[in-house]
Design a protein around this ligand. Structure first.
Ligand SMILES: *Cc1c(COP(=O)(O)O)cnc(C)c1O
Length: 434
C-alpha cells in the first residue's frame, strides 16, 4: 500500500506519469488557477482532508452530488447494506423501480425515466431519443452550457446563424456537430431567428435552466417562456439539463422554479445526475410516456448499459433523496447559501473589489463583476487573474472553492453556520489582498 507520507506534489508527479495531466477529469488539475492539486485522503461532513493532513471546507461537494455532506450516516448504512448484497447483477432489482418512482415523484414532468451511470451518458441518450422521436437531426444548445462530452455537444458557435457549430475538441469530426446550432444564452431575438430558419428541422433545444457551467447564470423567465413557446409551436422537444440543478436548487429541481413563474410550465425531457446518485455513478433521463416508449426494448431508439441502475448506486441515491425530501431541508440549505453569498459580497465591498453573486437552494456562484452576467461573453469578462489570487488565498486558509471562475459552488446540509462564518472571515482577509 502507498504510504501516507507522500505530499500532494509527490503524488501529482507520480500521477502525471500514468494519468494524462495527473487527473481523471480536467478541472481537477488546477490548470486554470495554477498550483498543485490537493489529493484527497478522506472527507466527512463539510470537510475533506488532503494527504498532507490539511483540512478544507469543501464548496465543490464532488461538483454537486454531496448535498448532505460527506459520510452521511444514513446513506453510508444504506450503501454498506447494499454492498453486502452484491455489487452488480446485470438483471433488474426492486431498488431501480424504487428510485425511478422517487425521481418521478420529485420531477413530475416526466412519466418514465431510464437510469444510466453519468450525466454525459444521460445527455447523449436524451439527444438520441429526441432525434429518434422527432425524426429530425438539428438541435440548439447555448454557449456556456455544458451537457457532458458526447461528440455532438462539444461544439462552439460558428460565425453566424447560417453556419452551424465548430467542434471544441480535437477528435470530433465537423460532420458530427454540423447539426448543432449554438446560440447565446438569454438572447430571445437570436432564438426566434434560429426557429424562423430551422424550426421544422429541430429535434430539441437543450438548456441548463440555471447554467452552473458558467458559474451561476439564470435563464430569464421571459427567455424560458419563449423557449417553451417556440418548441411547442415547431414540434421540437425542450430538454432541461438538470444534471447539476436537479434536486440541488430545489427539491423539484430548477423546473419547479420556472413552473412557479410560468403557469403550467414543463420541459419535455429532463436530464439528471449528480445529486440523484448521492456521490455514486448514477444519472437518468426521462420524459412523457409517449416519448420514452421509443427507447429499446420498447422502441427503435437504442440505449443500454452494463452498470445502469447499479444496486449500490441506487441504494445511495434512494437514501440521499429520502434525506433531502424531509420537511424544511431546502429552506435550511437556501438560508446557508444566501448567508455565504451575502457575506462574500460584504467582504468584497469592504475591500472595494467588484463582486456580484447569486444562489438558489444549495448552489451558488459569484463573479468579480459589478453586475451578474446574463451570458457566456459577460461571464468571461470576470477577472481571471484576480480570481486565481482569490482562489489560492482561500485555499491557503483551508477553504476549497471551485478551481475555475466559470464553475458554480455548492453548500451542503453539513455546512454549519460556523463554517460559513469562517469562510466569510477568510474572504474578508483575502479580498483585501486583491
Ligand atoms: C456535470 C454535468 C454533466 C455531465 O455529467 P457527468 O456525470 O460529469 O458526465 C452534464 N450536464 C451538466 C449540466 C452538468 O453539470
Amino acid at each position: 500500500m502507498t504510504p501516507n507520507t507522500e505530499t500532494n506534489e509527490q503524488l501529482f508527479a507520480r500521477a502525471q506519469r500514468v494519468i494524462p495531466g495527473g487527473v481523471n477529469s480536467p478541472v481537477r488539475a488546477f490548470k486554470a488557477v495554477g498550483g498543485t492539486p490537493r489529493f484527497v485522503k478522506r472527507a466527512q461532513g463539510a470537510y475533506f482532508w488532503d494527504v498532507e493532513g490539511q483540512r478544507y471546507i469543501d464548496y465543490i461537494g464532488s461538483w454537486g452530488p454531496m448535498i448532505l455532506g460527506h459520510g452521511h450516516h444514513g446513506v453510508v448504512q444504506a450503501v454498506q447494506a447494499a454492498v453486502l448484497e452484491g455489487f452488480s447483477y446485470g438483471a433488474p432489482t426492486a431498488r431501480e423501480v424504487d428510485l425511478a418512482e422517487a425521481i418521478l415523484r420529485l420531477v413530475p414532468s416526466m412519466d418514465m425515466v431510464r437510469l444510466v451511470s453519468s450525466g454525459t451518458e444521460a445527455a447523449m441518450s436524451a439527444l438520441r431519443l429526441a432525434r429518434g422521436v422527432t425524426g429530425r437531426h438539428k438541435l440548439i444548445k447555448f454557449e456556456g452550457c455544458y451537457h457532458g462530452h458526447a461528440d455532438a455537444l462539444l461544439v462552439k458557435a460558428g460565425s453566424g446563424l447560417a453556419t452551424f457549430g465548430n467542434p471544441t475538441s480535437a477528435g470530433v469530426p465537423p460532420e458530427v456537430v454540423q447539426h448543432t446550432l449554438v446560440l447565446e444564452y438569454n438572447n430571445i431575438a437570436q432564438l426566434e431567428e434560429a426557429f424562423a430558419l430551422y424550426g421544422k428541422e429541430l429535434a430539441c433545444v437543450v438548456i441548463e435552466p440555471i447554467a452552473g457551467n458558467m458559474n451561476f447564470v439564470r435563464a430569464s423567465v421571459a427567455f424560458m417562456q419563449r423557449c417553451r413557446e417556440l418548441c411547442t409551436e415547431h414540434g421540437a422537444l425542450l430538454a432541461f439539463d438538470e444534471v447539476m440543478t436537479g434536486c440541488r436548487v430545489a427539491l423539484g429541481s430548477a423546473q419547479s422554479l420556472y413552473a412557479k413563474a410560468i403557469p403550467g410550465f414543463e420541459p419535455d425531457m429532463t436530464i439528471m445526475g449528480k445529486v440523484i446518485g448521492g456521490g455514486m455513478p448514477l444519472a437518468a433521463f426521462g420524459a412523457k410516456r409517449a416519448v420514452m416508449e421509443h427507447l429499446a426494448p420498447m422502441g427503435p431508439v437504442y440505449q443500454a448499459g452494463t452498470l445502469s441502475g447499479n444496486p449500490v448506486a441506487t441504494a445511495c441515491g434512494l437514501a440521499t433523496l429520502a434525506e433531502i425530501s424531509k420537511p424544511g431541508f431546502f429552506d435550511g440549505l437556501a438560508r446557508k447559501s444566501r448567508t455565504l453569498v451575502d457575506g462574500l459580497a460584504q467582504a468584497a465591498r469592504e475591500a472595494g473589489v467588484p463582486f456580484s453573486g447569486d444562489c438558489e437552494g444549495g448552489m451558488f456562484g459569484f463573479f468579480l463583476l459589478e453586475q451578474l452576467p446574463q451570458n457566456y461573453a459577460q461571464v468571461m469578462k470576470s477577472d481571471g487573474a484576480r480570481f486565481n489570487k482569490l482562489f489560492h488565498g482561500m485555499l491557503e486558509r483551508g477553504i476549497y472553492f471551485a478551481p475555475a471562475l466559470y464553475e458554480a459552488g455548492f453548500v451542503s446540509a453539513a455546512h454549519s453556520d460556523a463554517d460559513i462564518a469562517e469562510t466569510i472571515e477568510a474572504a474578508r482577509a483575502v479580498f483585501k489582498t486583491l
